[in-house]
Ligand binder design. Structure first.
Ligand SMILES: Cc1ncc(COP(=O)(O)O)c(C=O)c1O
Length: 446
């Protein structure tokens, strides 16, 4: 898709400001291709170097991406507030939205009773002199992490997993540094790396996690950090297996030059055991979000790690945002302590599993291989994402194109099972099979 927005400016700063303004207004929608450097330079009567400098600045800030022969394009989610309409693909009335990657709101534990109980327990309002992490929350988090084999003497709290990851990367890396991430991987993480001016090195992932040769190659290519999703990898549903954990721990052992980050966002919702890498490297962090089991709006994650790494994150937060509200911390603690909530989370995990397995099996019965060992998504490798996404939209199902998740991985589509009921699985699998292998006109035979 090419841009129809008029870029203006006679200096590199003015040109990049004009592009940024186009992105904000929606005139330059995510994914559109910017004019080639020479063409824009001629149009604006400036030197190609001036345009190239503007594009470079936009690239460093993560607003655009340059991809070889595809030219320079606006990133799918550039880090400037955009009119929402510009980010949304045109919705088809009545289509079922399986593209959002959201947990099933029907299965999130209700917060009302816990908020009501908190209201009676809170006591006088807190001022600035609060402890960053509530000691009771830290103790409960330590116990839960230790039960999963994560050494959690040092712990802090962040505003969600991605906030923790951003703080870790900002504290350890500099713009231009390379970060190894799963490929396909979490689209928001790729956008964050771009916004921080970091380079993503893709590591192939199979059902058992990032592959050992892939991580080895990323290390050889100079990765300064490695981010591994423990379970419910987005988009493939992979979970680090016991064998893969041993192989990766051996490979990473003692690497003082690497920051190891584990993202356990599925947490209590994952129905497979955790095989942590925590502690394999001197600098490490293990981030566990409450978003998937208890609700994304809680905006809280616990972050364990080695002493220096946790101190950097907590210390930087102290001179910035300060801390995560103790009201939220108390709420999470109440959810963790409530046996009824634990039961709801367990049942939610079973429900996702039934729908994921049901969809993967229904696709297999139609000759299609799909992935989804854990989590809320199923990943279906397809020959052509655009063809499949469009055909499914026409059939009333909106799914996410894997292009948002991929660096060099093969194409696929991501289907979030949260909105699905058991009765949807067969018709959806039929629609996917038709979209992947459209029935064309019968071949001409003489
Ligand atoms: C891989 C991964 N990590 C983390 C999260 C959740 O992050 P947060 O705690 O910032 O809500 C998600 C949500 O989709 C995810 O897919």
């Amino acid at each position: 898709m090419a841009a129809h927005y008029q870029i203006v400016g006679s200096s590199s700063a003015a040109i990049s400001a004009s592009v940024e303004s186009g992105i904000r207004s929606g005139g330059l929608a995510p994914g559109v291709t910017l004019p080639a450097v020479r063409a824009l330079a001629t149009e604006l009567a400036v030197s190609p170097a001036t345009v190239a400098k503007a594009y470079q600045e936009l690239r460093q800030r993560g607003l655009v991406v340059t991809a070889g022969r595809h030219g320079t394009r606006v990133r799918p989610r550039p880090p400037v507030a955009t009119r929402r309409a510009a980010l949304m693909p045109a919705p088809l009335p009545g289509a079922r939205n399986l593209s959002a990657g959201q947990p099933d709101s029907r299965l999130l534990p209700p917060l009302g009773p816990h908020l009501a109980a908190l209201a009676t327990e809170l006591g006088p309002p807190s001022g600035y002199a609060v402890t960053a992490v509530l000691p009771e929350l830290a103790a409960a988090a330590r116990e839960r992490l230790a039960a999963d084999g994560v050494p959690a003497e040092e712990i802090t709290v962040t505003g969600g997993a991605l906030d923790g990851i951003e703080r870790l990367l900002a504290a350890h890396l500099r713009p231009g540094d390379a970060v190894a991430v799963e490929d396909p991987g979490w689209a928001n993480l790729l956008d964050l790396l771009a916004a921080l001016g970091l380079r993503a090195i893709g590591v192939p992932v199979d059902d058992d996690g990032p592959t050992e040769p892939g991580v080895r190659a990323a290390l050889t290519a100079g990765a300064r950090a490695l981010i591994v999703t423990s379970r419910a990898q987005n988009p493939t549903g992979a979970a680090v297996s016991a064998d893969r954990a041993v192989a990766l721990r051996t490979l990473l052992a003692g690497r003082a030059d690497l920051l190891l980050i584990e993202d356990d966002h599925a947490a209590e919702l994952a129905r497979v055991p955790l095989h942590p890498l925590a502690g394999a490297t001197p600098a490490w962090a293990f981030v566990r979000s409450v978003s998937k089991p208890y609700g994304p709006d809680l905006r809280l994650a616990v972050l364990a790690g080695d002493e220096a790494t946790v101190a950097r994150v907590a210390g930087r937060a102290r001179v910035g945002a300060g801390w995560v509200s103790t009201v939220l911390q108390r709420l999470v603690l109440a959810l963790w302590r409530d046996p009824g909530t634990a039961d709801l989370v367990r049942r939610a995990g079973e429900s996702y599993e039934r729908r994921r397995d049901g969809l993967v099996d229904a696709l297999a019965a139609r000759g299609l291989v799909a992935h989804g060992r854990t989590g809320i998504n199923v990943w279906v490798p397809v020959p052509d994402e655009t063809v499949v996404v469009t055909a499914l939209r026409d059939a009333g199902w909106s799914v996410a194109p894997g292009a948002l998740n991929r660096i060099a991985a093969a194409p696929g589509v991501r289907i979030t099972v949260s909105p699905l009921d058991a009765a949807d699985l067969a018709p959806l699998a039929d629609a996917v099979a038709r979209a992947v292998r459209p029935v064309g006109p019968a071949p001409f035979t003489a």
